[in-house]
Design a protein around this ligand. Structure first.
Ligand code: SAM
Ligand code: SF4
Length: 360
């Protein structure tokens, strides 16, 4: 039996197994992708669920060393989309049967911000007769805030660990109490406690990161038992401190390929979770998200952010779809998903089966 077959026979993958899979090339790489795709179809079917992405504010109190909207970047015009703009985008999602939205922003813990998100959650529920599912991605907050937002209608939360390697975490974040690894872990625990479907994930191809770290990241996601995952390639941004390492990074195509292999491994490791095809994949390959769908991803986040703000929510270089309005984005994705042979789960929440199973 080949080493690959031997690994596929196992119920659990070791770190060495995962490293082997992440290094797979040629026929073995193709076989890994094939297995991940059939695992997806066997466990959760051929539906791809939409989550309309509303990047409602780029004001952030944090200074992550990789991110284009970090607080120290003065080359960004800061914005808060108005309530009307946010509700308009949510209404678009509702009327076009997206079934869910993601509210994403920089991280603020001020009472004004917390109250505003709370109010928006209630409004979105109201204008959609309680039917729109809401995912939040607003960073680390107190357990009390998470609880309040959950009670107001959010039921999924995305908080990437970014890297599970604590030393590396402190090389890509400033070393201060605002960027504390233990606090991040605690936030993920609080989300679980409050009843959310919890999503996490990592960036692939960070400076100083190696394949062993990535294998550990996969085991970390399994250990904390995520319900959902969003992972994608790291992409440099010229106004960030990590840009100084741009010549030491893996070539973009390698970061892209490694992100796809990570997705495929995760689908085999956690067959019934929801996995998003990250927008960052498309920044490297125009059909990057569709490729992710063919090897394990089952969630896509069409961008509903008002076009005038998109340029100011540039986390990294070449962020795609900066000038595509919601209709163009929808048409484009529809065609692309059809090409993968899967279908869009219009009108369905498409919640994580993994979460449902745990609840039983
Ligand atoms: N502020 C919230 C947070 O950090 O969780 C949500 C918004 S944040 C912009 C969303 C994600 O963008 C982060 O979790 C990070 O993984 C990703 N991101 C930021 N900068 C990036 C970069 N340069 N390349 C790839 N992904 C990046
Ligand atoms: Fe702020 Fe999130 Fe960017 Fe960090 S990754 S600087 S928390 S928006």
């Amino acid at each position: 039996m080949s080493r690959l077959e031997d690994i596929f026979q196992r119920a659990e993958f070791s770190k060495e197994d995962l490293i082997y899979l992440l290094m797979a090339e040629g026929d073995e790489r193709t076989e890994l992708f094939k297995r991940a795709n059939s695992m997806k179809h066997k466990m959760i079917g051929n539906k791809v669920y939409f989550r309309g992405l509303i990047e409602f504010s780029n004001i952030c109190d944090k200074d992550c060393l990789y991110c284009g909207i970090r607080s120290s970047n003065k080359n960004v015009t800061r914005y808060h989309a108005t309530d009307e703009e946010i509700l308009y985008a949510a209404k678009y999602a509702y009327e076009n049967d997206y079934a869910s939205v993601v509210l994403q922003s920089g991280e603020l813990e001020t009472p004004g911000f917390v109250n505003r998100v709370d109010r928006l959650l209630k409004e979105i529920k109201k204008i959609s007769n309680g039917e729109l599912g809401i995912t939040l991605s607003c960073g680390e907050q107190s357990e009390e805030t998470y609880k309040r937002w959950f009670e107001s209608g959010a039921h999924r939360y995305l908080l990437r660990i970014e890297t599970s390697n604590e030393d590396l975490y402190y090389r890509i974040h400033p070393k201060n109490e605002k960027h504390d690894y233990a606090k991040r872990l605690k936030a993920l625990e609080s989300l679980r406690k409050c009843g959310y479907q919890v999503g996490s994930g990592v960036m692939v191809g960070l400076p100083f990161q190696n394949v062993e770290d990535l294998a550990e990241d996969l085991l970390f996601l399994k250990r904390i038992d995520v319900d959902m995952c969003g992972l994608g390639p790291f992409l440099e941004h010229e106004d960030t401190p990590l840009y100084q390492y741009k010549d030491q990074l893996w070539p973009k195509l390698k970061r892209f390929d490694m992100a796809l292999k990570m997705l495929a491994c995760l689908r085999l490791l956690m067959p019934d979770i929801n996995i998003a095809a990250a927008t960052a994949l498309q920044a490297i390959d125009p059909v990057g998200r569709e490729k992710a769908v063919t090897l394990g991803a089952n969630v896509i986040m069409p961008n509903l952010t008002p076009c005038e703000y998109r340029e100011e929510y540039r986390l990294y270089e070449n962020k795609p779809c900066l000038d595509e309005d919601a209709d163009m984005c929808r048409n484009c994705l529809e065609g692309r998903i059809a090409l993968t042979g899967d279908e869009i789960g219009y009108g369905e929440w498409g919640d994580s089966l993994h979460f449902k199973e745990r609840k039983r």
